[in-house]
Design a protein around this ligand. Structure first.
Ligand code: HEC
Ligand code: HEC
Length: 506
């Protein structure tokens, strides 16, 4: 239904065999027929759970890194990265960690932040290359989490691009598409995210009680006039950064093959592709990144972050004021960090954006722990039996790529289909994004999730960090995942503990 429409709009560049136009960001070497057959065999689900599968220990294939027991566990580069690229990774890392300052300043190479912003560095949100967290109390900074904003709209922004089922919204004409809660001196911040929790006990089949905390969000101290009544807000915690280049290298056709919009196989799980306009290529593309898969590539997500989170210009978003609106004239006319002839006249030039994207593609996924432990194997069996794999698809094989050895032709185990799923009213944010409805989310990868406590010092999960444990995260599942959630709640304690032990080994 959607494919022909999008393809018709994109006759320009013919894809290589085995490549769809959604892979245009990749230098693909087509698979041979023999390879395709071999891959199909490798991707067949296991029937035997008495021992690990071949290669299961290395979730990122040859890019897998050793599992350090320290907070740096997510900060190693792809293990198969050629030595000659280490400098690029280090420079990218430096830019990811760099603390930006407002212009004008004496540190010309680091100025241009704001005037409205959410954080001063990528690393302030993607803490230790891992995930962020909600504020711990009323006084705690809201740095590693923010609110996306929009309003219902009559005019579909992307209709012209021919994206079927696009849901019309628009940024708020005053506050834009994101609440910037920090501001340079002399400027008002846009407001402050407030979150309140209500406890909701859930009783499992064996009598165990798990208390969920249900959040409600509000914005206090709006800096630019009253907030409209129909403002839609979506809370988002910064996700972990590992393995992103591999997710980007999964053939689009393989992702689309998991779509089942009308639930033809009757398992209650549909799964739909996100399709979004690409700022780089000027055409609609398969969305893969962001919690509703709103961006097609790591580069576009990174450029979006420079602009939306720090108000820094890049070749993809050249406005130095980020997403300040015309209704925020003081922000638009404030000094910025770009000078003609310096850094391509941008705050973040093409080379710097490349380096940050290279870094973001190459944070290594740590090897599994305890994969032959009987409890972990039992839990893996439960994960399959409850059809968690209907969305958290265990394995994929990446494209064979020219000049991108780190991501080329690897058997990977990210436990995601990168598709959108309706997760029910409990998790709904009520704010559509692209084709995603207000209750759809992209299946997050589960690789590395067992190292969250080690890297981040907490175990807070889901798009807004509301779950305080893996069990709470599963119990919040609803909608297409209702059967899986109910199956979890009905488990014996031994099976439940085994499932959690399996997740902790990822
Ligand atoms: C203010 C906090 C914040 C800052 C600063 C920030 N990010 Fe993010 N990042 C997020 C959030 C929240 C998301 C999820 C976005 C969404 O759902 O739309 C995200 C998503 C991403 C993703 C996609 C990950 C995935 O699994 O889909 C990448 C890549 C990324 N950020 C890179 C960067 C880079 C590079 C920078 C610095 C230029 C940066 N981020 C700065 C909060 C932040
Ligand atoms: C219908 C698709 C679907 C099924 C089935 C499903 N999940 Fe999920 N899962 C998701 C989505 C989508 C999210 C993100 C929801 C959010 O952030 O609000 C998620 C989130 C999670 C998280 C938190 C991830 C993170 O990074 O915060 C865990 C853990 C998880 N799922 C485990 C499971 C387990 C275990 C099962 C089987 C009992 C399961 N899921 C079944 C779609 C699914």
């Amino acid at each position: 239904m959607l494919r022909p429409l999008v393809l018709a709009a994109l006759v320009a560049a013919a894809p290589a065999p085995g490549q769809t136009l959604d892979d245009r960001h990749l230098p693909v070497i087509p698979r041979t027929a023999a390879e395709t057959a071999r891959i199909a065999k490798v991707l067949t689900p296991p029937e035997d759970f008495t021992g690990p599968e071949p290669f299961e220990a290395n979730p990122a294939g040859a890019a897998t890194v050793r599992a350090r027991a320290t907070a740096d566990a997510f900060s190693l580069s792809s293990a198969n990265m050629p030595f000659g690229r280490e400098m690029a990774f280090k420079l990218g890392n430096a830019l990811f960690r760099k603390t930006w300052v407002a212009a004008p300043s004496s540190t010309l190479a680091s100025d241009g932040l704001g005037p409205l912003y959410n954080a001063r560095a990528c690393q302030d949100c993607h803490l230790k290359d891992g995930r962020g967290h909600p504020p711990e109390g009323p006084q705690d900074a809201r740095v590693s989490m923010f609110l996306r904003l929009s309003r219902p709209a009559e005019t579909p922004e992307a209709a012209a691009a021919g994206i079927a089922e696009w849901i019309a919204t628009r940024p708020d004409p005053v506050y834009g598409g994101q609440l910037q809660d920090l501001a340079a001196p002399g400027h008002a911040a846009e407001g402050r995210m407030e979150v309140d929790y209500t406890d909701e006990p859930v009783t499992l089949a064996d009598g165990t009680v798990v208390t969920l905390r249900r959040p409600t969000y509000a914005i206090s101290n709006p800096g630019y006039g009253p907030l409209p009544a129909d403002l839609m807000i979506s809370p988002r915690v910064a996700p972990q950064m590992i393995g992103l280049g591999l997710l980007e290298a999964i053939p689009a056709a393989d992702i689309l093959a998991h779509e089942d919009p009308d639930d033809a196989d009757g398992d209650g799980i549909s799964g739909r592709a996100q399709i979004v306009p690409s700022a780089r290529y000027g055409v609609p593309m398969l969305g893969r990144f962001g919690l509703k898969a709103g961006k097609p590539t790591v580069e576009e997500q990174s450029a979006g972050a420079f602009s939306g989170d720090m108000s820094l210009s890049t070749p993809l978003h050249p406005d130095p004021w980020g997403e300040c609106t015309a209704a925020q004239p003081a922000c638009r006319s404030a000094p910025h960090g770009q000078e003609p002839g310096i850094r391509d006249g941008l705050e973040v030039d093409a080379e710097s954006l490349d380096l940050v994207a290279f870094y973001s593609r190459n944070l290594g996924v740590p090897e599994r722990r305890n994969i032959d432990d009987p409890q972990v194997l039992q839990g893996k069996g439960v994960f399959h039996a409850l059809n968690c794999t209907g969305c958290h698809v265990p394995k994929h094989v990446t494209h064979r790529l020219k000049g991108q050895p780190e991501q080329s032709f690897q058997l990977i185990w990210p436990y995601t289909d990168l598709l959108l799923h309706d997760m029910g009213p409990g998790l709904a944010d009520g704010r559509p994004e692209g084709r995603a409805t207000g209750s759809e989310w992209r299946t997050p990868p589960l690789w590395g999730i067992g190292l969250t406590a080690t890297v981040s010092g907490h175990t807070q999960f889901l798009h807004d960090g509301r779950a305080r444990s893996l069990s709470e995260a599963i119990l919040w599942h609803g909608g297409e995942a209702q059967a899986a959630r109910d199956g979890f709640a009905a488990l014996t304690k031994a099976d439940r503990d085994a499932l959690i032990a399996f997740l902790e080994s990822l």
